[in-house]
Design a protein around this ligand. Structure first.
Ligand code: SAM
Ligand code: SF4
Length: 322
């Protein structure tokens, strides 16, 4: 089992398939994607080899992310290849929900088991102001179809002071909607320091409010994501809080990241990624890749330094995958 020097075990891999995105979320890519052509990103064969190696090291869950993964035309092939790997129990995808109603059936057929969809507001006008797209209804319709196909669906919402920190519309929605909505504290990145200062609000404040209103904490699974989750007997849905600024957030870290260019990131906020792409080529034995990853993981730091405004190599989260 892949383990670091602090005894943390890595059950969970976030695998980015592209940096490209078509949305312009205010906290991520407010000026839209400005990068390289798509053909530089890892091929389905390279992604499959990465997933195979991690599965052999004990990884049980893989999340495909980006950028916007749905922009890759070969996404169904990527899902299919990874779904066939022994040991991968959960194959999840994070998406902005673009054209979700048209695409979700093919992804489900290829073997996707879990879907995370980003929705920062249930108000169509505000959704458009945040993302640059008038597509809230389409995204909500896609979620319903995904649920009818048996996929486990979670919604990601970046918690922003003065934008969506009044929870009333979300709570009303969760009363009858069986999804888990995870509030993510907005994180500071090199591109978004001013936005962060203006809009960061601690998830701890939301937690206190939930506990006071009768919400109760759910126990975490070993391959679970970073959220603290809460349930309430009167609500169909659950609420999760992802609080990277909270004390001891990194102590329970169970995940690693590989970027769409084949860089292993030991932390979202590490100073640089380690290039594993040479090991992904067909002529290189998979044991060499496993050996390289196992060695590099020993260099994982105990914690990030976000509190000191050090956000590492990443200019925005589309580059490594949030
Ligand atoms: N494009 C897809 C999406 O938006 O779901 C996947 C990639 S996106 C980088 C993954 C997640 O990171 C999204 O839920 C997004 O809201 C979140 N995110 C992006 N920038 C962030 C920031 N600065 N702080 C907190 N969360 C952020
Ligand atoms: Fe694109 Fe996702 Fe970033 Fe929004 S959060 S700009 S959808 S990568």
């Amino acid at each position: 089992m892949l383990q670091d020097t602090f005894g943390r075990r890595f059950y969970y891999l976030r695998l980015s398939v592209t940096d490209v995105c078509n949305f312009r979320c205010t906290y991520c890519l407010p000026d839209g994607y400005q990068g390289r052509p798509e053909d530089a990103f890892l091929s389905p064969a390279e992604l499959e080899k990465t997933a195979q190696a991690f599965a052999r090291m004990g990884t049980q869950k893989i999340r495909l992310t980006g950028g916007e993964p749905s922009l890759r035309r070969d996404l169904p092939e990527i899902i299919d290849r990874i779904n066939r790997i022994d040991g991968i129990q959960t194959l999840a995808l994070t998406t902005n929900g673009y054209k979700l109603p048209q695409r979700i059936q093919e992804w489900a057929r290829a073997g996707l088991s879990q879907l995370n969809v980003s929705i920062d507001s249930l108000d169509a006008h505000q959704f458009q102001q945040i993302t640059g797209h008038d597509r809230l209804d389409e995204v909500l319709e896609g979620i319903e179809i995904a649920q009818s196909l048996g996929l486990k669906v979670k919604v990601n919402s970046v918690l922003m002071k003065g934008v969506n920190d009044d929870l009333s519309s979300i709570l009303a929605w969760l009363k009858q909607t069986p999804v888990t909505l995870r509030y993510i504290e907005v994180m500071e990145t090199a591109d978004q320091q001013v936005f962060f200062r203006e809009h960061h609000v601690s998830g701890g404040e939301v937690k206190e409010r939930l506990l006071a209103d009768g919400w109760q904490a759910v126990l975490r699974d070993v391959a679970a994501g970073p959220a603290q989750e809460f349930w309430h007997p009167h609500y169909e849905g659950r609420i999760g809080l992802i609080m990277p600024y909270s004390k001891d957030f990194c102590a329970s870290c169970n995940r690693l990241r590989v970027s769409s260019l084949g860089k292993l990131h030991l932390c979202l906020f590490a100073e640089h990624g380690i290039d594993i792409r040479p090991y992904l080529q067909p002529s290189v034995p998979i044991d060499d890749l496993i050996h390289a990853v196992t060695n590099h993981v020993q260099g994982k730091s105990a914690a990030h330094s976000l509190q000191n405004h050090i956000s590492g190599a990443m200019a925005n989260l589309s580059q490594i995958g949030g």
